[in-house]
Ligand binder design. Structure first.
Ligand code: MOS
Length: 693
């Protein structure tokens, strides 16, 4: 790269003013002539067959254009994604499954009519309760994204039996719901056999591919635009059901159709984080050196399609141990299919392992920070290869110093003031630093300006701004002379904002395209043709060459809580995280990602829980009034810092991705602090007051 001027600068988002003035358009906000509105109808039984659909009352509502159901909807291809195969068959696989779609002239008419659609069902018995004793638990062929189900090294039985300290602990986490601010929403329009969709998703290229297969079109006949996306947290990866149904409805009524799920409808049919049951066994010597670690997990999937959350994967790479086993078992239940949610696997898995390490620290009487340092390793325990970089120790040291950890009295329940009990706790953090191939183009113009194009997705992270900074530095020009376009399948192909791969993947292609343009301009000795000069570059080969290196971002999280000794009320007073996430492109947007993740982790520790009623096969809470997320008064002080983290084996910019690591370990740090305050160990989230009294 040329002289750095933009990378490292705390720029505010390029689209910030558009967003706060309402000029930025989201999926159902584009003005579209003759647009109609769709509203979905959900099944009221858990499992069965639809025997009749009564639509007369709905069709009698003024302005209603159609009621689509399995008996009359256009056909789509089978075998693409079973959760998108809706209105194609009478089968109900879970309560809340979308079984009909009403289309009307207004959203109000559609909503009123949807209420009047009646279905008869032939109900069948169902199973919805997750249990580690379920005799039908099974071992999937692999876990997400395509990892081995079980990994075993050494002799865990002998290692555990021989260990001086033995811990055998059971942790549970409930289901969680992504529920981003913008709901799952799409506007679909057909023109001459071409499909145009304005969509709220985390990557329009995969949405385009799936729609093309679903409607049996060549990919170039489908365009998906996601210029602005109001959050996703994993729940908008790939094509979701509302996109497919908007396209289906638009085809049926031969008009553009808008479909935005309501907040309530987002609790189920578009995915959620599976509940988990995790058994962790730690064997260690008296100095806290782990000799044996066993992490066995049980989660759920649906009968529709398999989703196997990689819960114990965190334990495969985080700390050293000679004897290791991680396993995943699944229950196939009559429930909606679980899906990705921020730091899938690592979030629930780190709650269990980092809580267990705190229990080990107490059992060995070793300081929790020191315990993690003693079990640190520069060699990936799973692959046996050296990590490309691992600055966990730096995060632990820096975090302890900033937090004031050294002053801590390790004895639980040792600090009280009035009715309040005070405590501190900490945990490690880690998330893979991966990249996916991408293509970008760069254009230079005679007026001295440049334009960079890549189908990246900015789901609110600031990705667009960071890429613009990278482009300016690579081109060696002031950023004011650079324009950037993202969020449209008409742009060069890139993959989704997910798995913390976005900035690493996209900036790699942007750098290569800008370098190529600089080379071409140098050949032309600065004489840009009147029509401009456009080049494109792809990273497929470079990315593939580095795919097998063990590359991770790390962190250390510290929490201070106070607990009301009389009521059990828990308040987090302070959260502090220090992270090693590679090179920092934009400190403002990086900090936002980190404190956002930590806040979500606080929410997981104290507030969030899908209250699943196994009798009715659905959640009792399915809106943001009853599904509690932490709000301003719950989050008094969240601090995020980072340490230098050079890694020449990552990508040209040296970024590791920071979208997910902020939530990894946070809940454990808080649970550990609650234990320190009260002496009560809560192994089942959330930490509600009833568990402390
Ligand atoms: Mo993240 S759950 O990979 O969008």
């Amino acid at each position: 790269m040329n002289a750095t001027v933009a990378v490292g600068r705390p720029d505010t988002r390029l689209e910030g003013a558009d967003k706060v003035t309402g000029a930025a358009r989201y999926a159902v906000e584009y003005p579209v002539r003759n647009v109609a509105y769709a509203q979905v109808v959900q099944s009221t039984v858990v499992r069965g067959e639809i025997t009749a659909v009564h639509t007369d009352a709905a069709l009698a509502v003024g302005g209603v254009l159609a009621v689509l159901h399995h008996g009359n909807a256009p056909r789509v291809a089978a075998g693409v994604d079973a959760e998108l195969y809706r209105l194609q068959e009478p089968t109900v696989h879970y309560r809340g499954q979308i079984v009909a779609v009403v289309v009307a002239e207004s959203s109000e008419a559609a909503r009123e009519a949807a209420r009047l659609v009646r279905l008869d069902y032939d109900e069948q018995p169902y199973r919805t309760e997750l249990s580690a004793q379920d005799p039908e638990l099974y071992q999937p062929a692999h876990i997400n994204p395509s990892l081995p189900t079980d990994v075993v090294a050494g002799d865990v039985d002998a290692g555990f039996a021989a260990a001086e300290i033995q811990l055998d602990l059971l942790y549970r986490t409930p289901s969680y719901h992504n529920s981003p601010l913008e709901p799952h929403a799409s506007t679909a329009q057909w023109h001459d056999g071409h499909l145009l969709v304005h969509d709220s998703d985390q990557g329009s290229a995969s949405v385009r591919d799936i729609l093309a297969r679903l409607f049996e079109l060549p990919p170039e006949a489908v365009r998906v635009v996601n210029t602005h996306v109001g959050g996703g947290f994993g729940g908008k990866q790939y094509c979701k059901v509302q996109t497919a149904l908007a396209a289906l409805a638009a085809r049926q009524v031969d008009r553009p159709v808008r479909l935005a799920l309501t907040r309530q409808q987002m609790f189920g049919p578009v995915g959620y984080r599976t509940p988990t049951i995790q058994r962790v066994r730690l064997g260690a010597d008296r100095d806290g050196r782990i000799t044996t670690v066993v992490h066995d997990s049980v989660t759920q999937t649906s009968t529709v399609t398999e989703f196997a959350e990689q819960v114990a994967v965190y334990t495969r790479n985080m700390y050293a141990a000679a004897n290791r086993r991680t396993t995943h078992r699944l229950a196939r239940l009559d429930v909606p299919t679980p899906f990705w949610m921020r730091a899938p696997g690592h979030t629930p898995g780190s709650f269990a392992l980092e809580s267990a390490l705190d229990e080990l620290a107490l059992a060995c009487q070793v300081d929790p920070v020191e315990l993690r340092l003693r079990n640190d390793t520069m060699i990936d325990p799973e692959s046996g290869k050296p990590f490309t970089s691992r600055n966990l120790a730096a995060c632990l040291h820096d975090g302890a110093r900033r937090f004031g950890w050294a002053d801590r009295n390790p004895t639980p329940r040792s600090e009280q003031g009035g009715r309040w009990l005070y405590g501190t706790g900490m945990a490690g953090s880690c998330y893979p630093a991966r990249a996916r191939p991408a293509t970008a183009s760069a254009a230079g113009y005679a007026d001295g300006t440049f334009e960079v194009r890549i189908n990246a997705a900015d789901i609110g992270t600031g990705a667009r701004t960071a890429l613009w900074q990278v482009a300016a530095d690579t081109l060696g020009v002031p950023s004011e002379r650079v324009r950037i376009q993202v969020g449209d399948t008409a742009l060069p192909r890139a993959e989704l904002a997910g798995g913390s791969t976005g900035l690493a993947s996209w900036s790699w292609a942007v750098v290569r395209a800008c370098e190529r343009l600089c080379d071409r301009l140098a050949e032309l000795r600065g004489g840009v043709p009147a029509e401009g000069l456009l080049v494109e570059a792809s990273t497929h080969e470079e990315v593939a060459a580095q795919a097998t290196l063990p590359r991770y971002a790390y962190g250390a999280q510290f929490a201070e809580v106070r607990v009301d000794g009389e009521t059990g009320e828990v308040r987090v007073r302070r959260l502090l995280g220090v992270f090693a996430v590679g090179r920092v492109v934009n400190p403002t947007t990086l900090r936002s990602q980190l404190i956002g993740g930590m806040t979500m982790g606080l929410s997981m520790a104290l507030h969030e829980a899908g209250l699943f009623d196994v009798r009715y096969g659905t959640w009792a809470n399915h809106d943001l009034a009853s599904y509690h997320v932490s709000s301003n008064a719950d989050v008094p002080a969240v601090e995020a810092y980072w340490v230098p983290d050079e890694d020449a084996q990552l990508n040209p910019v040296g970024v590791k991705g920071a979208g997910e690591i902020g939530i990894v370990g946070t809940a454990a740090a808080i649970a550990n602090a609650v234990h320190h305050a009260t002496g009560v160990r809560v192994r089942e989230l959330p930490i509600t007051l009833d568990k402390l009294l």
